[in-house]
Ligand binder design. Structure first.
Ligand SMILES: C[S@@+](CC[C@H](N)C(=O)[O-])C[C@H]1O[C@@H](n2cnc3c(N)ncnc32)[C@H](O)[C@@H]1O
Length: 344
C-alpha cells in the first residue's frame, strides 16, 4: 500500500519502474501529480469535466477527487486500454471509498478512441510513456473552449538535443544540447502542441511549465479563434540555432504564485523558484559556473550576485531549469562585469 497526497493505492512493489510493470506507478511522478492538484485548485473553476485517457493505477484521478476543493469536479473519467490497469483503478477507487462517487466514470479504450468518442472535456491530462504526440490530435479536438490541456513528455533526450534527428522527426524543430537545453526543449514541445491545436483554430497558451527529473510538463489554456491562433503563431521563432520554438510566456505568474502558496512543504522551494522566475520574461538564463569559468575566477555566492543585479534595477531570480543559474533582464556582458567586481 502506498500513500501519496491524500490517496492510498495498492500497487505491486517493483524494483525498477518501467513500461513492463503489471500496472504502472512511478513514485518519482508524485510532484507531477501534485502540480495537477495545484493548477486546478489555483484556477478555482467550478463544475469541471476531467478526462484522464492514460490513467494507469488511478492515482492521479484519486488524488484529484480527494484534494481538489469542493465543487471543482463535475465529472472525472478514468481510462486505460489495459484490463489490469482498469481492474486496479476500480480496486484503488474502492480503497479510497470512492467507488460509489457519482462523478466517476471508468473506460477501457484506446486513449484516442476514448477522447474521440467523448463529448469533450474541460481538462485533459496526457500522461504517456515517452512522447505525447500520438494523443495530441484527439486531445486537441476534444478539449473544450477555455479548457486546460496538460501534457507530459518523458522523451527528453530528443527534446533537449541528444538526438537532434529524432527531435526534427517528432517535434519539427532543432534542439540545442547546451546549458539551456531543458528550456529550449520545453519551448519546442510547446510549439508542437500549439501547431496541432492551430489546425482546429485553437490557441494554446502555456499557464505553467516545468522540467524535472526525466520529464517535461506543460499546462495550456485553450482558447478558440483564428485571431488568437494567428497571434500565437507570431511568437514562434528561432532561439540561436534552436527552433523553431515558442518564444512567449512559460507561466502565468499570478497562477504560479497561487500554486506556490498552496504547495506542500516538501515542494515549497521548487514552486517558489518557479513563481519567482515566472515574473521575468526572458528567453534562457545564465549559468554562474560557466560565467565564472569564462572569467577564470572563483564564483561569488549566488545570493550576492542576485542582490547586486537587483540593486542595479534589473530583475533577477534563480531558474528551476538548472542549478546555480539565473534568469535576469541584465545583459550577459554586464553580469560578467558585475561578477568581476564582486570577486575583487
Ligand atoms: C505513464 S502511464 C500513466 C501514469 C499515470 N497517469 C500516473 O500518474 O500514474 C501510461 C499509461 O497509459 C496506458 N496506455 C498506453 N498507451 C495507451 C493507449 N494507446 N490507450 C490507452 N491507454 C494507454 C498504459 O497502460 C499506462 O497505464
Amino acid at each position: 500500500m502506498i500513500t501519496e497526497g491524500k490517496a492510498k493505492i495498492n500497487v505491486a512493489p517493483q524494483k525498477i519502474v518501467s513500461k513492463k510493470m503489471e500496472v504502472f506507478y512511478n513514485p518519482v511522478m508524485e510532484l507531477n501529480r501534485t502540480s495537477s492538484v495545484l493548477v486546478l485548485n489555483a484556477l478555482g473553476r467550478k463544475g469541471v469535466q476531467l478526462g484522464l485517457p492514460l490513467e494507469g493505477s488511478g492515482i492521479r484521478g484519486i488524488r484529484l477527487l480527494k484534494e481538489l476543493k469542493k465543487g471543482i469536479i463535475k465529472t472525472i473519467s478514468f481510462n486505460d486500454y489495459d484490463s489490469k490497469a482498469v481492474k486496479k483503478i476500480k480496486e484503488n477507487l474502492k480503497l479510497n471509498k470512492l467507488e460509489k462517487d457519482k462523478r466517476v466514470e471508468i473506460f477501457k479504450k484506446d486513449a484516442t478512441l476514448f477522447l474521440l468518442e467523448s463529448f469533450g472535456f474541460d481538462y485533459i491530462d496526457i500522461d504517456p510513456f515517452g512522447t505525447p504526440n500520438p494523443f495530441l490530435d484527439a486531445a486537441l479536438k476534444r478539449i473544450a473552449r477555455d479548457g486546460i490541456l496538460a501534457a507530459t513528455a518523458t522523451d527528453t533526450a530528443p527534446l533537449s538535443g541528444t538526438y537532434p534527428e529524432a527531435c526534427m522527426r517528432k517535434y519539427w524543430a532543432l534542439p540545442q544540447l547546451d546549458e539551456t537545453m531543458h528550456e529550449t526543449g520545453i519551448r519546442i514541445l510547446i510549439r508542437k502542441v500549439q501547431l496541432i491545436g492551430a489546425q482546429y483554430d485553437k490557441a494554446l497558451t502555456p499557464l505553467f511549465s516545468f522540467s524535472k527529473d526525466h520529464y517535461m510538463r506543460v499546462y495550456f489554456l485553450c482558447e478558440k479563434g483564428k485571431e488568437r491562433v494567428d497571434e500565437m503563431m507570431t511568437k514562434h521563432g528561432m532561439l540561436g540555432k534552436a527552433g523553431p520554438l515558442w518564444l512567449g510566456q512559460l507561466w502565468d505568474s499570478q497562477l504560479a504564485r497561487k500554486m506556490m502558496k498552496a504547495s506542500p512543504s516538501e515542494h515549497a522551494s521548487f514552486f517558489k523558484t518557479i513563481a519567482e522566475e515566472s515574473e521575468i520574461a526572458t528567453l534562457g538564463f545564465l549559468s554562474i559556473p560557466s560565467l565564472c569559468a569564462k572569467l577564470k575566477i572563483e564564483c561569488p555566492k549566488e545570493h550576492l550576485i542576485v542582490d547586486a543585479i537587483r540593486k542595479k534595477g534589473y530583475q533577477c531570480a534563480k531558474t528551476h531549469f538548472k542549478e546555480n543559474s539565473l534568469r535576469t533582464t541584465m545583459k550577459e556582458e554586464d553580469v560578467l562585469n558585475l561578477i568581476k567586481k564582486l570577486n575583487r
